[in-house]
Every structure is written in C-alpha cells, then in structure tokens.
Design a protein around this ligand. Structure first.
Ligand code: HEC
Length: 273
C-alpha cells in the first residue's frame, strides 16, 4: 500500500514537472528533420553571427507579411542577441515610419524604443493581401509550435533543457515545400508542404536570394532557414542562455549545500553513535 502511494506521488510530481507541450499545427505524424542548434542542451548559447543573418532574412523577406510585435528595435542591441551597436539600431529604426498620433501629420521617424512596425495597417488588409489567410505574428512563434517526438525523447527533453522544437518546426516548414501528391487538389493561393500539409504561404526563400556579407556562409535555402529559425527562437526566448546559466548555478549551489549539511549532521551526531 505504502509503496503504491509513493509511486503515485512520484508520477504526480513528474506529471506536474513536465512542461506543457505546445500545439503542433503541422499535419499529423509529419516527421521532423531535426537540426543541431548552437543553443541546444543545458550549455547551449545563441550564435551572434547566426542571429544577425537570421535577422537579415526576417527583415528582407518575412517582414513584408509577418510582424514581430514583441520586439523593439533596441532589443537588437541587447547582450545575448544579435548585439548590433546602438548607432546601427538607431539608423535601422530611422529607416521606418511609425504612426504616432502625437507627431505632426500622425507619423514620424522610428527610434530605438519603438516596437517593430506591423507590415499591414489591420487584419482585413493583411488577409486581402494574402488570399484570405492571415500571416501570424512571429515574435513568439518558436514557443507556440514544436515538433512531435516519439517516446522516450519527449520525456528526456525535460532533463536536457530541450528548447529547439520551435526552431526545428520553422526550419522544417521552410524547407519542405513540394509538388503536391496526386490525390491532393490545390486551390489558387494554396501550396503544398510535406511537413505542414496545405498552406496559404508560398515558399518565401530560395537559394542565393539574400547575399551574406561574411563571404563564407552558404547562401542556400537550407542555411537561410536555419538562420531565420534561430533568430525566431531568440525573439521568442531572448533570456534562454542566462536562464540556463542561472539554473546550473542553482544546481551547483544545492549540491554544495547538501554536502555541507551532510558533514554538519555527521559532526553533530558524532557522539550519539
Ligand atoms: C507573402 C507573404 C508571406 C511571406 C513573405 C512570408 N510568409 Fe509566412 N505566412 C504567410 C501566410 C499567409 C501564413 C498563414 C498560412 C496559413 O494559415 O495557411 C504564414 C504562416 C507562417 C507560419 C505559421 C505556420 C503555422 O504553423 O501556423 C510561419 C512559422 C511562417 N509563416 C514563417 C515565415 C518566415 C520565417 C518567413 C520568412 C522567411 C515567412 N513566413 C514569409 C505569408 C507570408
């Protein structure tokens, strides 16, 4: 009896501790091709150059349809992110026109504290421009989606600080456009994606589309997709690295404290034994 209560308690604690699994909008059972990310694992960190390349892809391609409403220009210069200089961020913000009822004419130049401007003035115009479909905001997309994994992987994820399901989801979405199978009929404005199914977003990227300045990063659909997925992981979870580091320090402290307490206990009880 006692044993089963104990077992039940352990299962309950495990159940509470496992993170809620985000929704997976992709076609049921579509197997994801998992990538290896610099931010994987308990000690993973973002690769600043990759975040910069990913931001470039977002800015030059995705931002014509997708907003990034939780990101302000100034976030791009903060530590742990793409870390652009403050001058670069000021110049970038100034390229955009921000609606502001307090400004003369209702508009003014962007400043670093402004949020990323939405590509469309309202939902109806966004839908009209996209054949009725609404391009979702991408700030938190990497948290809202994940890939489905078989047991025991999803159970082990908890212990390996698994964070990359959302990035893998976006990567797979961007790289798996295909001709539809014979039994799938597409309406105008619909595309086929082997990972997602029928989707109202056409393939937004292509090999060689965006030049990378560093001269040695491949300009391929694969690389663009990796980079923009990593960038969107950062927008969804900008403090992931400091959180992991803090978690590790806390664990180290607890282990040290446990050893100390054990030694204290031994000393205090020495004479009683
Ligand atoms: C021409 C407009 C357009 C561009 C450019 C575009 N998208 Fe989309 N995107 C859409 C639309 C429309 C949808 C909604 C699709 C649907 O509901 O079927 C969408 C949906 C998505 C989704 C959500 C899929 C889901 O699970 O619900 C993601 C993620 C996404 N886009 C990422 C990107 C990224 C990353 C880029 C840049 C590389 C990009 N998009 C460029 C129009 C666009």
């Amino acid at each position: 009896m006692k044993k089963t209560t104990f077992l039940g308690a352990i299962l309950l604690v495990l159940g509470l501790a496992l993170p809620a699994v985000p929704a997976n909008a992709a076609g049921e059972g579509a197997e994801a091709h998992q990538q290896s990310w610099s931010f994987s694992g308990p000690f993973g960190t973002y690769d600043r150059n990759q975040l910069r390349r990913g931001f470039l892809i977002y800015k030059d391609v995705c931002s014509s349809c997708h907003g990034l409403e939780y990101i302000s220009f100034r976030n791009l210069s903060e530590p742990g992110g793409p870390e652009y200089s403050e001058d670069a961020v000021r110049a970038l913000a100034a390229e955009y026109t921000i609606e502001d009822p307090n400004a003369e004419g209702g508009e003014r130049e962007g400043v670093p504290s402004d949020r990323w401007p939405d590509p469309f003035p309202n939902e109806q115009i966004a839908r009209d421009a996209n054949g009725g479909a609404l391009p979702p905001d991408l700030s938190l997309m990497a948290k809202a989606r994940t890939i489905s994994q078989d047991f025991p992987w999803w159970a082990l994820n908890y212990f390996t600080a698994y964070q990359e399901g959302g990035a893998d989801y976006i990567y797979n979405l961007l790289t798996r456009y295909e001709e539809p199978p014979a039994d799938v009929e597409l309406e105008p404005g619909q595309y086929y994606n082997d990972f997602y199914g029928i989707i109202a977003m056409g393939l937004p990227l292509a090999d060689g589309m965006i030049p990378y300045e560093d001269g040695n990063t491949p300009e391929t659909l694969h690389q663009y997709s990796l980079d923009v997925s990593a960038f969107l992981q950062w927008t969804a979870d900008p403090h992931m690295v400091s959180r992991k580091q803090m978690g590790f320090r806390v664990l180290l402290f607890l282990v040290g404290f446990a050893i100390l307490m054990y030694l204290v206990k031994r000393r205090l009880w020495r004479d009683a034994h």
